[in-house]
Design a protein around this ligand. Structure first.
Ligand code: GLU
Length: 444
């Protein structure tokens, strides 16, 4: 059996009931096959892949808090410090009822390669909890965040591990967590990113993942002789990534016609009214079913369905495994030319293979959504300098990073004979730097 297959098999055996983690490992290791096979003896002897798939450290802890009725609630908190070969652990905190150790491990594993692709010195980590901020009062959210940080603060720090936002963790949650960290540890440091502008946050961090997704999409299209302006775009999700992806797509001359949330989706053939979505989601913390009140000619549908709408470009920006094989078939039948992932692993392995086999340009999340964490790293730099840069400066750096990622993944794919396969390109380009650093640092 090949080394890659052996490691995939042992990951499944050692980590049962973690299907998302298996999926992420399979996707990465399958595409590293060509690099691993060229160095098989050395890598096997140094157990390089076994070390890569084993987190350096993982924490699982109790998070008790009191709800508004005086009832004590108990959630489970996680932080997985996956790989620190190229920098302090860096990655978000996901607050969602679906969170379990396997989900955090898949996200942490992806983060290693994503962070490496940014070209900035950040290792891979991820955290979260099965707490659901939806429908909770501000006081309840604060109580949860303070309790979560009371435990987490023992393991993180500006030079060791720097968490940030992810699904369910936005500016409000980061604020409560930062306040509690500072209170307990007594240090004012850039221990979290995605902070508010009044206490060390970076301009353009809020927009970064969505904007970065569009900068990369535009460049990848360019590399394939196509352009973004004038294209019809379908987007899933209506959180931070989806909103700013829609904004930048529109600014760059494309038309966004769908958005979704966990209960339904909207189709607005005239182009999504982003001010309405922002008000519903960011101000009212409401549901997309309210969109019809703002745009009576739009359609609202319960359930899922954005991939059934005819488009040129699809941007999955909601969550993992939201674009399935049947969706991929529908996109291809409708003439879609590119799928670029704003979320982490939104496309299943079968759907990805189908898209690629049918000539659809496919940019995986670890490259396409790296703009968020890249700008987090820029926030860390500003915190270290005790300076803050202008919006234009940060945005220009972000754009430059995304354009570089597009070229790096294109070149890596080409170098190994997989021209146009950006899954292979992203995994190899991300892996090369990490493996170099791991090898240089010895058996640790
Ligand atoms: N949660 C984001 C991601 O998946 C951002 C992480 C960060 O900024 O550290 O990359």
């Amino acid at each position: 059996m090949s080394y890659v297959d052996e490691v995939i098999e042992s990951v499944i055996k050692k980590n049962p009931a973690e299907p998302e983690f298996h999926q992420a490992v399979k996707e990465v290791l399958e595409s590293l096959r060509v690099v691993v096979e060229a160095n098989e003896e050395k890598f096997r002897k140094e157990a390089l892949l076994e070390r890569l798939v084993e987190p350096e450290r993982q924490f699982k802890f109790r998070v008790p808090w009191v709800d508004d009725k005086g009832q004590v609630q108990v959630n489970t908190g996680y932080r997985v410090q996956f790989n620190s070969a190229i920098g302090p652990y860096k990655g978000g905190i996901r607050l969602h009822p679906s969170v379990n150790l396997g989900i955090i491990k898949f996200l942490g594993f992806e983060q290693i390669f994503k962070n490496s692709l940014t070209g900035l010195p950040i290792g891979g980590g991820k955290g979260g909890s099965d707490f659901d901020p939806k429908g909770k009062s501000d006081r309840e959210v604060m109580a949860f965040c303070q309790s979560f940080m009371t435990e987490l603060c023992k393991y993180i720090g500006a030079d060791t591990d720097v968490p940030a936002g992810d699904i369910g963790t936005g500016a409000r949650e980061i604020g409560y967590m930062f306040g509690q960290y500072k209170r307990i540890r007594g240090v004012y440091e850039g221990v979290l990113t995605g902070k508010g502008l009044s206490y060390g946050g970076s301009l353009a961090r809020t927009e970064a993942t969505g904007y970065g997704l569009l900068y990369l999409t535009q460049e990848i299209l360019k590399l394939n002789g196509k352009e973004l302006a004038g294209k019809t775009v379908v987007i899933s999700g209506s959180g931070n990534v989806a909103i700013y992806a829609a904004q930048k797509a529109t600014q760059l001359g494309a038309k966004v016609v769908t958005m979704s949330d966990s209960t339904g989706w909207v189709y607005d053939p005239e182009g999504i009214d982003l001010a309405a979505v922002k008000e519903i989601k960011e101000v009212n913390r409401g549901r997309l079913s309210e969109y019809k009140n703002y745009r009576p000619d739009s359609e609202y549908h319960e359930g899922r369905g954005v991939w059934s709408i005819k488009c040129d470009i699809a941007l999955p920006c909601a969550t993992q495994n939201e674009l399935l094989l049947d969706d991929a078939k529908q996109l291809v039948a409708n003439g879609c030319i590119a799928v670029c992932e704003g979320a982490n692993m939104p496309t299943t392995l079968e759907a990805t293979e189908y898209l690629q086999a049918n000539g659809v340009i496919f940019a995986p999340g670890k490259a396409a959504n790296a703009g968020g964490v890249a700008t987090s790293a820029l926030e860390m730099t500003q915190n270290s300098e005790r300076l803050s840069w202008s919006f234009e400066e940060v945005d220009a750096k972000l754009k430059n990073i995304m354009v570089n990622i597009a070229h790096n993944i294109d070149n890596a794919a080409r170098k190994y004979g997989f021209e146009g396969n950006y899954v292979v390109g992203a995994n190899i380009a991300g892996f090369e730097k990490v493996v170099d650093a791991m090898t240089a640092q010895g058996i640790v």
